[in-house]
Design a protein around this ligand. Structure first.
Ligand SMILES: [Zn+2]
Length: 872
């Protein structure tokens, strides 16, 4: 176990790193020449004279210190380290190792993807390349030499600028890359292979021209245009919004098919999962287009928040990730629809972070201990971390927050710092005391606000009493009160806004009184989701209707609809369980009718979001003991009833917005108006098709057939409905889709995911069959996410089938994966960790599988840490 409070300043630092890679077909020889020196801030009498380097799965060939070969008695080697005994104050160290990238299935360190070499070093992959001080607070200047066969690996890349390129005898070539910026080794990258390249350029605000290159596997060049535009958009945005300019003469992105996560911000040489680069309208959906832009913006933004200023240690991961998610969320809000972007952020947080905070794996945004750091690339560190930054912006206001950012950049450029330093910069520019606010970083759990109100008709005063609490989480039974920014508005009974205000809750309970309020108002609470908390307030249906129709805060308008639906569905679940026949109140559907009629020509995208009911996962979060079957049944009932009652207007809107040719011209940009139109008509189609009648079925089928070659948004929308209908056409369209796109790996992933999330009873046996499909490859993370991950995480009703077969299936997959790629195995196991939320029978079945995993020998740290915590 590693503890934050054990942090020690590094005893030795590295000034320069000279790496030579000799890439071969069976192995690679790495020669690392390091110049090291004793850290001057540690007094000599406190310094240890042995140098301890990290290293894993390395075959040590030789070590030289200041040009002299070391004898066996001068160093000690273990499985995870290399200790050089009695080193001088400053010295050169040359270490030669042999590694086997071709056999590396963990995809950490140097490995191969479709025959090309690439790297992933965050968090601790560099120690699988050479012995090193593998910690982010050791920053050094890197020079990288790559020697490889010219035919097989014409493209040889590393960080920084290319300074030399020469032919060698025997068909080989040698290149040298130099990175002028000091960096920690987790930002090192190397790529070698047969790649096509798209090139463009960007002129920065100070007039420097930067070459932009995107490298992709052969044949994918036509799908890079959107990504290239996105880079330029992100570079301009960061200049305008945060005054940050790019610093090298070249910015490169390489897209690879085998990658554990989405993308990696290596200095000047980002490596991306192909999923977040490749797009054209025929193969990528509108949401894919948006995700590509946001991931590109994210990795680009890391150049300042992550690379120029990095983390002192991995407990500070949110310093770069929370902040950079915050920055990419702002980018998406600024360049698409701010309210829809915010809705998506919040839905994401509620579907993934809230359950994490409520379960056995709950941890603070800045964790205090870990066994395996790769288990902490979580929604809490990323998404809640971003909310914590956002709250600081709300508390300081936009102007002071920007000043704080500027100060943070100016003060810490080139350093490895802590979250504390970020908050300090915010305090220093504002004179706001954030002492209590810091608890957001150290206390886990989602705070709950219990709110009651009181209207005094004689004094014309309105009072909100807000009480905060936070449930116990592992190692944190009791919490101190948080500093919570709460944006609110008050509406009169006709929906007109009387007041908007910003409250700051610091005590366990506080009263906020508003004067000169003519009649009892309707409170619009936590506008824009100003804090990542849950709210309990006894809204009457009529209040929610007013807010849903008229709230000027568009996020809260959407939120009122979600609240209204959650309330309704929870009531219907009680009826369902009591055997009472279900009835949808007419004022529920009439409010949707009102929205459809008044909003369809205004904000189509927002309307589509308002017509989307809360997910089964979010509904599950509202129940003490989750009843997956009841949730699924009742949610389907509400959808069907809405469809029945509103089919005429759904049909009308569908026809008005449906382009029969379904051909989109993106012209390198994508139009949020057109996207909104597609979102809206496709949600109307979903409602209609749930009615399962011939007319609507053939409408869906027609959309599928017309769009199949040209528009993936429309194809997927229709196909998603078709696969959930028991009909012989189902197999036909699935086969047709596969036939058409079998050579496009990313589209095949969609085909897997669609089947894994289908709600039909035969889904699990289908998923098992698909594991044997020739297009499935358990070594490829995208395929694993698409099939196994989608089933375990996005198909509650089939995963939690009460026979326990879903659990058994997942546990077997976890074991199989663990032997190949522990990081991916650990990400698959998490649905089982939530066992305490289910009924006794399921609890036993889930625990049985967790215990079965623990009984295995040689289980990875990654999986055992999560399973152990889950079983406590
Ligand atoms: Zn990141």
């Amino acid at each position: 176990m590693h503890y934050l409070h054990d942090y020690q300043t590094p005893a030795y630092l590295i000034d320069t790193v000279n790496l030579v890679f000799d890439l071969n077909e069976k192995y690679t020889i790495v020669t690392a020449k390091l110049y090291l020196y004793a850290n001057p801030i540690i007094p000599i009498h406190q310094r240890h004279s042995d140098l301890v380097l990290n290293g894993e799965l390395l075959e040590l060939l030789s070590i030289e210190l200041d040009g002299k070969l070391l004898e066996k008695i001068q160093f000690q080697k273990t499985e995870k380290s290399l200790t050089i005994l009695q080193v001088p104050e400053a010295f050169f160290l040359e270490i030669r190792t042999r590694i086997r990238p071709q056999e590396n299935t963990a995809l950490s360190g140097l490995y191969q993807s479709n025959g090309n070499f690439c790297t992933q070093c965050e968090a601790q992959g560099f120690r699988r390349i050479t012995y090193f001080l593998d910690r982010p607070d050791v920053m050094a200047r890197f020079t990288v030499t790559i020697i490889a066969d010219k035919e097989r690996y014409p493209v040889l890349l590393s960080n920084g600028n290319l300074v030399s390129h020469q032919k060698l005898p025997e068909g080989k070539q040698i290149v040298i890359w130099e990175d002028p910026f000091k960096k920690p080794c987790y930002l090192f990258a190397l790529v070698a292979g047969h790649l096509d390249c798209a090139e463009d350029f960007f002129v920065t605000q100070s007039g420097r021209q930067v070459t932009l290159r995107i490298y992709v596997e052969k044949g994918n060049l036509p799908k890079c245009a959107h990504a290239m535009q996105a880079i330029k958009k992100a570079m301009r945005w960061d200049e305008e919004k945060f005054g940050r300019e790019y610093d090298l003469d070249i910015y490169m992105i390489v897209a690879v098919s085998d990658f554990n996560s989405g993308a990696m911000e290596n200095k000047g040489l980002n490596i991306f999962n192909t999923q977040y680069i490749l797009a054209d309208p025929a193969t990528a959906t509108d949401m894919d287009y948006i995700h590509i832009e946001s991931v590109i913006a994210h990795e680009y933004c890391h150049n300042w928040t992550g690379n120029r200023i990095t983390c002192r240690d991995w407990f500070q991961l949110s310093l770069k990730e929370g902040l950079t998610i915050f920055r990419d969320q702002n980018f998406t809000a600024d360049t698409t629809s701010p309210v829809v972007a915010r809705i998506h952020d919040v839905v994401g947080l509620r579907n993934s972070q809230f359950p994490e905070d409520a379960g056995p794996l709950a941890h603070p945004v800045r964790p205090e201990c870990y066994v395996e750091i790769n288990n902490f690339y979580t929604s809490t560190v990323y998404n809640k971390g971003a909310e914590v930054i956002r709250m600081q912006q709300i508390i300081l206001g936009d102007v002071l927050f920007r000043k704080g950012m500027d100060l943070y950049f100016a003060r810490h450029d080139g350093q490895a710092v802590t979250i504390e330093e970020f908050v300090k910069a915010m305090e220093d520019v504002s004179d706001v005391d954030l002492k209590q606010f810091r608890l957001w970083y150290s206390q886990a759990g989602t705070p709950v606000l219990d709110i009651v109100d009181d209207y005094d008709a004689t004094k014309k005063t309105y009072t909100l009493t807000i009480k905060q609490s936070c449930p116990a989480t592992p190692q944190q039974p009791a919490k101190k009160p948080f500093h919570i920014p709460i944006k609110i508005g008050l509406l009169d009974s006709s929906g007109k806004e009387i007041i908007h205000d910003f409250l700051q809750l610091k005590s366990p309970e506080e009263k906020f009184t508003f004067n000169s309020i003519a009649s009892k108002p309707i409170p619009s609470l936590l506008r824009g989701f100003s804090a990542p908390v849950k709210i309990n307030y006894a809204y009457a249906d009529s209040d929610l209707q007013i807010l849903f129709k008229y709230d000027t805060d568009l996020f809260n308008r959407w939120e009122a609809g979600q609240r209204y639906t959650v309330k309704l569905i929870l009531n219907l679940i009680q009826d369902f369980r009591a055997g009472i026949s279900l009835q949808l109140p007419t004022d529920y559907s009439s409010i949707f009718k009102f929205l459809l009629e008044t909003m369809q020509d205004k904000d189509k995208w927002l309307l589509a979001e308002m017509l989307t009911l809360p997910s089964e996962k979010y509904l599950a979060e509202q129940m003490k003991i989750i009843d997956v079957d009841a949730i699924h049944f009742v949610r389907e009932f509400v959808l069907t009833e809405l469809a029945l009652q509103l089919q005429i207007v759904f049909l009308e809107i569908y026809e008005k917005n449906h382009d029969k040719k379904s051909i989109i011209k993106f012209d390198n940009k994508f139009d949020t108006h057109e996207m909104g139109q597609r979102q809206l008509k496709n949600i109307c189609l979903m409602y209609l098709m749930i009615l399962n009648n011939k007319l609507y079925f053939s409408m869906g089928l027609n959309q599928f057939n017309n769009a199949l070659l040209s528009n993936m948004t429309d194809t997927m929308a229709a196909l998603r409905c078709l696969v959930n209908i028991e009909n012989p056409e189902r197999e036909k369209v699935l086969a047709q889709f596969y036939q058409q796109w079998q050579n496009d790996a990313l589209v095949v992933d969609k085909w897997f995911a669609l089947q894994a999330t289908a709600t039909s009873p035969d889904t699990l046996s289908r998923v098992k069959q698909l594991l044997k499909h020739p297009a499935f490859d358990i070594k490829n993370p995208n395929k694993v996410y698409a099939l196994i991950g989608a089933f375990g995480q996005r198909n509650p009703v089939r995963f939690h089938t009460d026979t326990g077969e879903g659990y058994q299936f997942l546990a077997d997959c976890v074991l199989q994966l663990d032997a190949l790629n522990p990081q991916i195995a650990a990400r698959m196991v998490t649905p089982l960790s939530e066992w305490q939320r289910y009924d006794k029978k399921r609890q036993h079945l889930m625990r049985d599988q967790l215990e079965m995993i623990m009984r295995q020998k040689n289980i990875s740290h990654n999986v055992s840490e999560l399973v152990n915590k889950s079983l406590v």
